[in-house]
Design a protein around this ligand. Sequence first.
Ligand SMILES: Cc1cc2nc3c(=O)[nH]c(=O)nc-3n(C[C@H](O)[C@H](O)[C@H](O)COP(=O)(O)OP(=O)(O)OC[C@H]3O[C@@H](n4cnc5c(N)ncnc54)[C@H](O)[C@@H]3O)c2cc1C
Length: 390
Amino acid sequence: MAEHYDAIVIGCGPGGSFFAKTAAKKGMNVAVLDKKKDLGSPVRCGEGIATQWDASYGLPLNAKSIAMRIDAALAIAPNGKSFRMAGAGAVVERKIFDKFLAIDAARAGAHILPKTLVTDLVRENGKIAGVKAKRFGEEVEFRAPLVVSAEGMENTIARKAGMKVQHTLYDTDVCYEYEMANVPCEPVIELYFGNRISSRGYAWIFPKAKDVANVGIGVGGETGADPKALLDAFIRERPERFKKAEVIEVKGGDISVGASSERLVGDNFMVIGTAAHMVDPIHGGGMGLAIIAGKIAAEVVAEAHERKDYSRDALVRYEKEWHAGEGAAMLKRLKLRKAMEGLSDDDLNFIFENMDGNDAAKLMDGDFKSVVAKLLLKRPSLLKVVKSLM
Ligand SMILES: Cc1cc2nc3c(=O)[nH]c(=O)nc-3n(C[C@H](O)[C@H](O)[C@H](O)COP(=O)(O)OP(=O)(O)OC[C@H]3O[C@@H](n4cnc5c(N)ncnc54)[C@H](O)[C@@H]3O)c2cc1C
């Protein structure tokens, strides 16, 4: 017997849960299927999230899900000089945050089905009509006129649906991370840049308590560098900070740092979140973007549902809104990431010494010209690296 829904979501991460909550609130009968038996675990995340945009989303950012509130990020050059970027944020416990997001979706009326691995699509008369899954060891079919891929990096079902969401090594960072106790911390996210630290990417210290932190590193997938070896070196080279540190959890994973996928919608099918490469190309943050995509997609779907039309034409407004907003902002940051890849450690030291948080905010917003012009006045030789930003 197949179970019938208005929409089936594959993946109960932030994107899938937020889509399900929004669609269920609009009266849709939604099921979220996740292969994990324990949602949110294992953690593949630094767990940092900006919170200034949260007010209109109502995320479960509360005393239980937040490990530590953050009021700034510190960008640190290879020579140790740094500048501060103010901004409200938090380091969450993903194991709790993801579960709360799923509870919010369930409270809105969505059905949450953990331990359910989606293995394939069901097609009827050539159209996507549901999914095949393995649930508690049994083969089950779930039927719906709409299937939403919120599968994260492992976007196998989206690829089976014909979406072009393959990851390339060049636009993927390979990460390794320890959660460590006995690491002294301020309520500040620390980002360490430099070619010796990491071939592309950066190392991070994200505090979860005054003496607990996620300490991780990302390296460009194409470089073939070993992120664990680089992370161990990063820690070894800071004996004062890490002399009493103890690893209490080992985490890691790959993350997309390119542009979001061009096509996000097909007939009876959508892709949201990291499955569609919606991850910030500079810092690799993808929770917020997955939630934003889930919200936009669900609002478009609710209108299509009223007309019982799940064709690409009925759903394409989601794709257009994404690319006009967050997708376009991601493209600017990708340009910045590519320019940064050409910088030597000496260039990075110079740039960080001649920049402040306001300049960094401008760069992150894609407003490159005034900052680049200021830097070029002092060091014209940078032109060959940063001309793509002019
Ligand atoms: C090391 C590392 C550090 C990171 N640090 C940060 C950070 O600090 N801040 C931040 O915002 N982002 C960070 N990210 C990225 C962030 O973790 C993701 O972008 C975010 O989780 C994406 O949410 P999502 O809902 O799209 O997908 P996910 O959270 O990946 O959820 C996808 C879900 O789909 C399920 N699934 C997949 N395939 C199937 C299937 N066939 N059947 C059933 N279920 C399936 C998975 O089990 C999973 O639960 C980091 C990533 C890595 C690897």
